[in-house]
Design a protein around this ligand. Structure first.
Ligand SMILES: *[C@@H]1O[C@H](CO)[C@@H](O)[C@H](O)[C@H]1NC(C)=O
Ligand SMILES: *[C@@H]1O[C@H](CO)[C@@H](O)[C@H](O)[C@H]1NC(C)=O
Ligand SMILES: *[C@@H]1O[C@H](CO)[C@@H](O)[C@H](O)[C@H]1NC(C)=O
Ligand SMILES: *[C@@H]1O[C@H](CO)[C@@H](O)[C@H](O)[C@H]1NC(C)=O
Ligand SMILES: *[C@@H]1O[C@H](CO)[C@@H](O)[C@H](O)[C@H]1NC(C)=O
Ligand SMILES: *[C@@H]1O[C@H](CO)[C@@H](O)[C@H](O)[C@H]1NC(C)=O
Ligand SMILES: *[C@@H]1O[C@H](CO)[C@@H](O)[C@H](O)[C@H]1NC(C)=O
Length: 322
């Protein structure tokens, strides 16, 4: 790394020769025997640890399972939840919408229902009602051209993301529906075209701590939202190798918290070589070196905190800083 060989302009020269940045430490998991619903468990973990457990690879899963105690239970909350309230328009320019128009909705009764746990995109039917549907379905779609409420209907079936790409390439975006007038206008255009994609979509599963869900290990057939629109939190199934299931967030269950060790153990060790004609063991020179090292590290954004000298060996200093 660049800063590892940084010359400090002084009447002495200091080279930072080695440094060990202790990052990438594994998460440390804690199994909490208390029975809480997902939200309460999240609050508990955020207060006492880092957060509800995030699992980013199979080694994390293995150490999470190692944190369980004998006969702990069959399932326990992890930090994964389905962000069912994140509905928003593909066209996100806020100036396009008047007050309240971003939030205009015209859902069919009992929709959105996230059937089978797979529905994060939106269709409109021929009476103008909306339904959530698996984005991988192929449907006709309607683009917004970019000039005041002017739309173009395409009857060539595409998945939601293909349709979005098409509208963004050749027009402005998939159509937003800002109010009843526009809903009627689009409804009238789509008669006889079946249900069509509009621009409304949402996020799916997220980690409580904001980490991306790049690794997932659902138990087979999961997530399935088995009991309707209510299975929006995830548990690790302790008798199924810790694989995940989606269940109702209201259940009272034990849970896993984690500590992100890289966030607490921030000690970084630098080894520094000093060349000087002066007596580097004198307190004044030591103080100068320390100050220069500190300033250099701040310049390379390595630290915002104080550098302290923990050890002194003539001509080879070791600095430990937080
Ligand atoms: C979990 O425990 C097993 C058995 O003691 C051990 O082999 C494994 O390395 C542990 N996994 C982790 C990630 O600590
Ligand atoms: C765990 O559960 C099994 C089966 O229910 C039982 O035989 C065993 O004694 C239990 N162990 C402890 C430590 O409670
Ligand atoms: C709906 O929005 C359009 C475009 O902003 C506007 O012309 C129309 O008057 C609005 N209709 C209602 C009922 O708010
Ligand atoms: C999550 O992934 C997105 C897209 O892949 C990326 O832009 C974003 O920076 C990632 N966020 C985090 C916290 O890693
Ligand atoms: C699941 O949670 C909802 C609240 O989100 C509650 O109204 C419903 O009764 C629960 N369903 C089951 C099957 O427990
Ligand atoms: C969890 O419990 C708290 C306190 O009883 C309650 O306020 C909250 O709505 C519950 N959350 C869920 C998702 O059940
Ligand atoms: C300087 O100190 C570091 C850390 O203790 C050590 O690894 C290295 O070998 C030392 N170098 C010299 C020249 O003594």
């Amino acid at each position: 790394m660049k800063f590892c060989c940084s010359t400090l302009q002084l009447h002495i020269c200091v080279w930072l020769v080695t440094c060990s940045l202790q990052t990438g430490l594994p998460y440390q998991y804690h199994f909490v025997m208390l029975k809480k619903n997902w939200t309460e468990a999240q609050g508990y973990c955020q207060e006492k640890y880092t957060d509800l457990a995030t699992i980013t690879n199979s080694q994390d899963l293995s150490s999470l399972m190692n944190a369980t105690v004998v006969n702990s239970s069959e399932e326990a909350w992890i930090g994964l939840y389905n962000d069912i309230n994140s509905w928003r328009w593909s066209l996100s320019d806020e100036y396009f919408y008047g007050t309240g128009e971003m939030e205009y909705r015209n859902w069919e009764n009992a929709e959105p229902n996230n059937k089978m746990g797979q529905e994060t995109c939106t269709t409109m039917d021929n009476v103008g009602k909306w339904n959530d549907l698996n984005c991988e379905n192929s449907r006709s779609f309607i683009c917004f051209t970019g000039t005041s409420n002017s739309y173009i209907l395409f009857t060539q079936a595409k998945t939601w993301y293909e349709a979005q790409k098409y509208c963004r390439t050749y027009y402005k975006d998939l159509a937003s529906v800002r109010n009843q007038t526009e809903n009627d206008q689009i409804k009238n255009m789509i008669q006889g075209s079946g249900v069509i994609w509009i621009g409304l979509f949402r996020d799916s599963w997220k980690w409580s701590d904001g980490n991306n869900v790049s690794f997932h290990i659902w138990n087979s057939g999961q997530p399935d939202n088995e009991y309707g629109n209510d299975e929006n939190c995830a548990v690790a199934l302790l008798n199924q190798l810790g694989h995940w299931n989606d269940i109702n967030c209201t259940y009272a269950l034990p849970f896993f918290c984690y500590i992100d060790q890289s966030k607490i153990k921030k000690k970084q060790i630098l080894s520094v070589v000093v060349q000087s004609s002066q007596d580097v063991s004198s307190p004044a020179v030591k103080a100068t070196i320390l100050e220069k090292v500190s300033r250099t590290l701040m310049m390379v954004h390595l630290t915002e905190n104080t550098v302290t000298m923990s050890q002194y060996i003539p001509y080879n200093f070791t600095y430990v800083f937080d």
